[in-house]
Design a binder for this molecule. Structure first.
Ligand code: KIV
Length: 272
């Protein structure tokens, strides 16, 4: 008797391009561990981003800067073991690609080889173009990231909306076109005016995934801990919460503690 594995149509960079062409929106969430990635993939997400936001939500750092390449590979490997359908993109962490393009390529190769991820994401435009091109030349798909780029938080000084002024907006448009020409398969635009994001999505052929960039782009991304309400102090205007897991989990843990203390748990049916 032969065993037939369920046929699953995997999301590839080409599928994402086709989605943009037919106007189907792309849904992307971050993911950092096996159990959550399995749920998200089974729900039908198109892309899981193993974001360097793991530095904040998984490790408790204030910024994304401290997370290391080894730690990103650890998170990415766990996600890859969980997923059957979605595309898995991994952030190159701060300090692993800005120095020079050779270092960028070897960081990207480590991620691809050691985690089995499908693509990498880098923050920045013209400043990192050489690195982007070198990674692409090795056959590694690259997603760009413009607008609010959290790895540059100490340069910006704050997490406010980017590219409100014309000069920064023009640079962003030029960078988006440079990254498209270089061969990036998609771009994330973070926290910029909706009008500008819509214009970029119209002027480039590759998918534009927004976070705090309005509805005129080709898809949306949120940090999974934020949209599930596990983090509860962080409340930017662009965030829609789909659950309140902080309260749910806290309530369940309080219930468990009370049952243990009162000796209600375990009962006769919960022992051998
Ligand atoms: O690291 C991350 O979570 C990200 C998203 C916010 C796009 O880069």
């Amino acid at each position: 008797m032969s065993v037939h594995k369920k046929e699953i149509k995997r999301i590839t960079t080409h599928v994402l391009l086709e989605m943009k062409q037919r106007g189907e929106k792309i849904a992307m969430l971050t993911g950092y561990d096996f159990s959550m990635a399995k749920i998200i993939d089974n729900a039908g997400i198109d892309i899981i981003l193993v974001g360097d936001s793991a530095s904040n939500v998984m490790a408790g750092h204030e910024t994304t800067l401290p997370i290391t390449l080894d730690q990103m590979i650890y998170h990415a490997s766990a996600v890859i073991r969980a997923v059957e359908r979605c595309l898995v993109v991994v952030d190159l962490p701060f300090g692993t690609y800005q120095g020079n393009s050779k270092e960028a390529l070897s960081s990207a190769i480590r991620i691809m080889k050691e985690s089995g991820a499908h693509a990498v994401k880098l923050e920045g435009g013209s400043e990192i173009l050489e690195s982007v091109k070198r990674i692409l030349s090795a056959g590694i798909p690259v997603m760009g990231h413009l607008g609010l780029t959290p790895q540059s938080i100490y340069k910006f000084g704050t997490y406010v909306v980017r590219a409100k002024e014309d000069e920064e907006a023009q640079k962003l448009i030029a960078d988006a076109k440079l990254l498209e020409e270089a061969g990036c398969f998609a771009l994330v635009l973070e926290k910029i005016p909706a009008k500008l994001a819509t214009q970029v999505a119209k002027e480039v052929k590759i998918p534009i995934i927004g976070i705090g960039a309005g509805n005129g782009v080709d898809g949306q991304v949120l940090v999974v801990h934020d949209m599930l309400g596990i983090t509860h102090e962080f409340s930017p205007r662009f965030l829609r919460r789909y659950a309140n897991l902080y309260d749910e989990i806290k309530g369940a843990v309080e219930h468990y503690i009370s049952d243990v203390k009162s000796q209600d748990f375990p009962n006769k049916n919960e022992q051998y």
